[in-house]
Design a protein around this ligand. Sequence first.
Ligand code: AHR
Length: 499
Amino acid sequence: MKNAKMTLVSEFKAAKVDKRLFGSFIEHLGRAVYGGLYEPDHPLADSDGFRTDVIEEVKKLNVPIVRYPGGNFVSGYNWEDGVGPVENRPKKLDLAWQVTEPNLFGTNEFAKWCKKANSECMLAVNLGTRGADEARNLVEYCNHPKGSYYSDLRRSHGYEQPHNIKLWCLGNEMDGDWQIGHKTAYEYGRLAAEASKLMKWVDPTIETVLCGSAIYTMPTFGEWEATALDLAYDTVDYIDVHAYFGNAENDLKNFLAKPLLLDDYLNAVISVCDYIKGKKHSKKQINVALDEWNVWYHTNGEQIEKWCTAPHQLEDVYNFEDALVVGLILITLLKHADRVKIGCLAQLVNVIAPIMTENGGKCWEQTIFYPFMHVSNYGRGYTLDCKVSCGKHDTKEYTDVPDVDSVATLSEDGESLTIFAVNRDLSEDLLFDISLLDFEGFAPAEHIEMCGYDAKAVNTASECAVKPKLAEKPVLDGKNLQIKLKPLSWNTIRLAKIK
Ligand code: AHR
């Protein structure tokens, strides 16, 4: 049997985990909003038209922050179209996704929905067709208490209290030529710097996120980050990274290695941040927001009828191997928790999402729901220094791929320890030997595993067969914990201090 070793010391903390690492994303796209969050005719809709079954699922995922309203959509969005009396709101063509946006749901509805889902808003402003003026007006509308045009407009729309939105994205993927209002790094950097400056003059308590490259392989990657950061360094707080993975070539071994690319991607972006910091002799550190990430490829090439409203769009049906890759990405995120402070699983409902719905019908959990739920609920507190020694293998595109990937977190109160691990081996068990050097009084609580499924097995509205199960409770022998990691498995191993 293969084996792996890891040593943990409670004192050796690697990073404080920012809870915003477990965020998600809702775009006006497909049925994310209409038929996802909002469906007034659904039997389970509340008085605001929000689907309560969806809210219950979101609560299980414990999502602290949700990015909105895009995505590509935001680059052509006029936020004013989505506020005020619904009967006066215009229907508009959404050029990003070539559909018709009815504007029945907008900023205020989203802020209300977030409260009901125990979450906070992360709003993106349109820097595609619009600029600093509309961006600062939106901050005034959302965050200024009262006594100004836009704050009083909000109050006249029935929202007396400001929404107090703390995190703002300065546009979306502005380096991509598919983006409405695509810009050069110089054009974008100047615009983002001015927009962020004015937005912070309206509300100095907000934080802003600069757009990095849309994809690691963009020809301008690196140069884009350096130029935009150089221009906007003093007025922004984070730079974003977007990362999607797929298995179109149907090579499972290679697919499971792909999250290693995210390590390189994040390290490269962090290096550029620190290069600009050094160049400017700045004391300020720019951190990273991985504000779009997921597996996304099942719906590649789909054709949508033009200008319809809320079509079935990008409704990737996730299988078991996708859940393993999502688990590996989450492990990667936690390993970078010192510099990655925000993460948004793209997206949350129906559109490349862990939660699916039928219009007028059921709501169910896709395979990728579970690793996210485990890490979001048990991965908070601190990450620990974890060096794993294990065998390595090669795949079509990667060499020296570790057989097992793992990370450990200690809760803020120091009372519970969680180890997340994926065994990448397609057919063999792996014995994971974990030495717990100074965890006196801790005892194993549970070992949750997802394994034994066909790599292509999926969940559907009628059957959610792919789900986690409890494995045999591990035994702690002195300081040694030995866990059997089944082939192709996602594992959450929890220990707690005995009172
Ligand atoms: O999440 C789907 C799309 O992916 C977003 O609209 C865009 O930002 C990215 O390319």
